[in-house]
Design a protein around this ligand. Structure first.
Ligand code: GUN
Length: 280
């Protein structure tokens, strides 16, 4: 039976550290959170990010824009925030309404304030291992792996999913820690067989209960990035938790696994943004 990796506890410890650091050094830090439209899931995430800011002692500035906001309006807001000294980090909650091109918007954020690490220059820096900001979700997954005490170095690591936000940067972070990394996707042949070689398996597919016990090696560390809402309204991950937890060594639950870590890492990045901007 797998040990459950408690994302809430690991996240609480990271946020405590951030809070102490901010208080000790009396850092004055601001995070601008931009939400466009009224997607209910985005609203929940944004509220949780604001709550985390409050806990850590970071000022949060919310910009809630209407669904029909034009690209020019959003770019103008980003210009203002880029130039605002009290704003150290800028986060534009994704997904955006369809009239707004996500790439154009992200590239407009100053890389020094890009606490999501989505800007091309930050993505490039992750690739070469010279980064200031780590992308929040993959960095959170690395913390969870670290919390198990299982070393990444030399291990077979399989990432299912190749998104720019999770799959690709996740593969890079595992590679930086000397994992042997395979990235699987919709065209991968023999997916179950590839996954079942993994000592560390990261599921970032976006499909409920996609990873079944036959795809998992006995004793593996299984990190479930998925947040899927079922028809009955319940949240579930990409991993079929009941059967996989019988076989894995460690497993993250959904909710209470990766989700809280993403927010904790955002807090860390916001402190880092402040340090970069003020040279401390
Ligand atoms: N939407 C889903 N996850 C994220 C995230 O980590 N950052 C932003 N900005 N939007 C998201």
């Amino acid at each position: 039976m797998a040990k459950i990796i408690d994302g809430k506890a690991v996240s609480a410890a990271v946020k405590e550290q951030v809070k102490d650091e901010i208080a000790r050094e009396r850092l004055d830090i601001g995070l601008a959170v931009v939400i466009v439209g009224d997607d209910p899931a985005s609203r929940v995430y944004v509220n949780n990010k604001k709550k985390a800011c409050e806990f850590c002692g970071i000022k949060s500035y919310e910009y809630a824009l209407p669904e029909d906001t034009t690209e020019a309006e959003l770019l103008e807001l980003i210009d203002t925030l880029n130039g605002d000294a009290k704003v150290n980090g800028i986060l534009v909650q994704l997904p955006l309404p369809k009239q707004l091109d996500e790439k154009t918007i992200i590239e407009h954020i100053s890389p020094m304030k890009d606490v999501d690490a989505f800007h091309e220059s930050n993505v490039g820096r992750i690739m070469i291992g010279n980064y200031a900001f780590l992308p929040c979700t993959p960095a959170g997954c690395m913390e969870l792996i670290r919390s198990t005490g299982v070393e990444v170095s030399g291990k077979e690591c399989v990432v299912i999913g190749r998104s720019n936000i999770v799959g690709k940067p996740m593969a890079m972070l595992l590679l930086h820690e000397n994992g042997t990394v395979t990235v699987c996707h919709s065209k991968t042949k023999n997916l179950a067989e590839v996954c079942s070689r993994a000592d560390i398996l990261i599921a970032a597919v976006g499909r409920a209960n996609f990873v079944t016990a036959d795809m998992v090696k006995e004793g593996a560390v299984v990190i479930d990035v998925g947040i899927n809402r079922l028809e009955n309204g319940k949240l579930c991950g990409d991993v079929k938790f009941d059967e996989v937890s019988e076989k894995a060594g460690y497993i993250t639950p959904v909710p209470g696994g990766v989700g809280p870590m993403t927010i904790a890492m955002l807090m860390k990045n916001t402190v880092m943004a402040k340090r970069i901007q003020s040279g401390i």
